[in-house]
Design a protein around this ligand. Sequence first.
Ligand SMILES: [Zn+2]
Length: 482
Amino acid sequence: MSSVRPLLLLTILVSALPISAQTTATELAAAHDIVRQIDELQARLQPARLASDLVGRSDAARDAIVRRTTELWDSEMQSLSDFIGHNPEVGWQEFSTVDTLTAILRTRGWDVEVGVAGLETAFVATWTSPAGSGDLTLGLIGEYDALRDADGPFHGDQHNAQTPIVFASAFAMAEHMASSGTAGRLRIYGTPAEEVGPPAKIIMHEAGVFDGADLLIRSHGVTQTSRARVGFGSCCLNINEVKYTFLGKPSHQLSSWHGRNALEAAVHFYTLVDGLRSTLRPEASIQGVIPEGGVAPNVVPQRAVVDYYIRYPDPVYLEHINRMIDDAARGAALATGTRVEIDRYGEYRDGISLGTLHELSFAYAQSFDAGNVSPEHSRPSGYEETGVVTKDIPGIGISVFSSREANHTRGMLEDTFSEIGHTGFRISAETMSSVLYDFLTRPELRAAVLEEHTTLAGLLDQYHETLRRAYAGEVGGPISQR
Ligand SMILES: [Zn+2]
């Protein structure tokens, strides 16, 4: 979870709050009819009522699974969380962590595959009930990459706790399903590098790793126990990550006329992008660096790289900005006699948040005495940061108070080892088990989740179509081509 500017989208209208500075008039107009349809869906599904019925009923099996989850957390998983917390590894380098986690899974008889989707530190672990695989696969997502700063890697976003929480819940569920003869499959997805691109979960999704999961669940350390409002949104705007590699021709500077200067192309390009800003909508956020720009001053640079993060509240106008920047790169290459290769290596999009699962998770977390409960709904966002998986598979991100300090801070790291963190993580695991158990055993919940997800995914497409029409007059190719 990064701490960039928040995106408020459709829900502003739902709640009739004042219009946020981050919400464009175009988006609000495009969303109008869609918000009405979301309201109608919620009125029909009544997620808060469904949640209070499920949480309030007496169910001895559920309560036994929760007790077992607590026991597993207290006896093993809390120390595992601390251990990972004290041995941080940054994204794509989480080799020891993955060894530790997968060894535990193998000892417990899970079928483990490391290196899925061609990612060395990604894994999938599957447990199939002795009663058979049944019709349902419950998926649990665990992250484990640390943040990096000048003092080295540290778990300032509490990813250290995520997989231990998943283990406490999944192992309790497996024991229950085995002893009660309940068919079904549990699958744990070890997803690397949340904090650095390219987005691992999209690579895994495109490789089919999440195929077959009926539900995906994960938790993340946060400063408030909360639930998201229903709708579409992302933690940190829609983002394209694009790398522009300029290729020239080397030559000694004393005979520079034989060369073609890739660094000059990169510098022209960087300046051209700044020149575009005056005709872009003000919500655009564009940041770039030049990580490669030549080797020695007396050699004409043959290769230079410019790396941009391009952000906008919606993906339609974002495409327009991206196209203009691509054209600027081509223009700079043309002007300098070089060539440019464009690699869009990452995309983050709006995800879907489901009222059915958020209200249920929130009600369970409160029943376990989660701290610092926010009565307000947070902005909508998917359960994972890319948004793309969220759009295809229903799921929930559990948010239980586990730190008094903001995400990505040393204070949050301290809390990961403290009573605040330990308690929040235990409650996250208990909440996870409760939601998984209800989804496994309650057809009416599954039906409501599926209906809500299918409807919202369709509305998200409809919203983008409406935006495309709304922007028609200001986006598109150069003036001469229109
Ligand atoms: Zn995070």
